[in-house]
Design a protein around this ligand. Structure first.
Ligand code: CAA
Length: 258
């Protein structure tokens, strides 16, 4: 598939998806979301790739759904085409880790796409918000749910009801982003972190991700039970034998993703 709204690049065993509609601040039209879906699927299926990054430009990660494309849609249009469900959520189905690297605006669906990734590294220029209420809509790609779970009810409610933007410092303080780096170093830092993850055992990274995500889907006791079963299962992997032997022998492990 030839992409027009995103750029993709492989760097060693990581795949980088760069949202690229600069004239619309990377607003999500249908084509862009089809392309993101295809790229995530491609990297999931590619045995050479262990970790992904989704990023945008210095001015905007993404300014949300394309308002111009969306404005004239009626209820039956969005219902029939399964707007959002159809092609916005592939990142949530990825079993390999996905990092969002956010500079500039991450608004509406842009904020929601970042929230679908496994964690967010923010440039110091990042601005997060759910401004849908100001255009007569509401968050529709998980904003009311993921924000509330990740930053708590009070802040999520305020963001969604007022549409105000949160800067990178506040986003870090309330746990929306894992950390902040200078905006010019964002891409390089995200690549460094992705390569670090990709240097570990891929099945173990995938199982770890699945286990952390379970914390948002179930009770604590069920989550702990799930984690324990998964933890036991890693002892069936060659990479567990290699990782622990390497520690004992004071050498670097050579993981085989097995
Ligand atoms: N959809 C379509 N086009 C958009 C867009 C969007 N979400 N956001 C920006 N653009 C376009 C602008 O229309 C403009 O295009 P033209 O030059 O052709 O007029 C171009 O991008 C540059 O934007 P601005 O001139 O507005 O840039 P700015 O620096 O003055 O302001 C901004 C930046 C504050 C992000 C402003 O563009 C803005 O408020 N954008 C809309 C943000 C928004 O409301 N997002 C939520 C969308 S709804 C949604 O996402 C629903 C959901 O949950 C699924």
């Amino acid at each position: 598939m030839a992409y027009e709204c995103i750029l993709t690049e492989e760097d060693g065993n990581i795949g980088i998806i760069t949202l690229n509609r600069p004239d619309a601040l990377n607003a999500f039209n249908n084509q862009l979301m089809d392309e993101v879906t295809a790229a995530v699927k491609k990297y999931e299926a590619n045995d050479d790739i262990s970790c992904m990054i989704v990023t945008g430009s210095e001015k905007a990660f993404a300014a949300g759904a394309d308002i111009k494309e969306m404005a004239s849609k009626g209820y039956m249009d969005v219902y029939k085409e399964e707007f959002i469900t159809a092609n916005w959520e592939e990142v949530t189905r990825a079993r390999k880790p996905v990092i969002a690297a956010v500079n500039g605006y991450a608004l509406g669906g842009g904020c929601e796409l970042a929230l679908m990734c496994d964690f967010i590294i923010a440039g110091d220029s990042a601005k997060f918000g759910q401004p849908e209420i100001s255009i007569g809509a509401m968050p529709g790609a998980g904003g009311t749910q993921r924000l509330a779970r990740f930053i708590g009810k009070s802040k999520a409610m305020e963001m969604c009801l007022t549409g105000r933007m949160m800067d990178a410092e506040e986003a870090e303080r309330c746990g929306l982003v894992s950390r902040i780096v200078p905006k010019g170093e964002l891409r390089e830092e995200a690549i460094r972190v992705a390569k670090q993850i990709a240097g570990f055992s891929r099945p173990i990274a995938m199982l770890t991700k699945e286990s952390v995500n379970r914390a948002y889907e179930t009770t604590l006791s069920e989550g702990i039970r799930f984690e324990r079963r998964v933890f036991h299962s890693v002892f069936a992997l060659e990479d567990q034998k290699e990782g622990m032997a390497a520690f004992v022998e004071k050498r670097k492990p050579a993981f085989k993703n097995k």
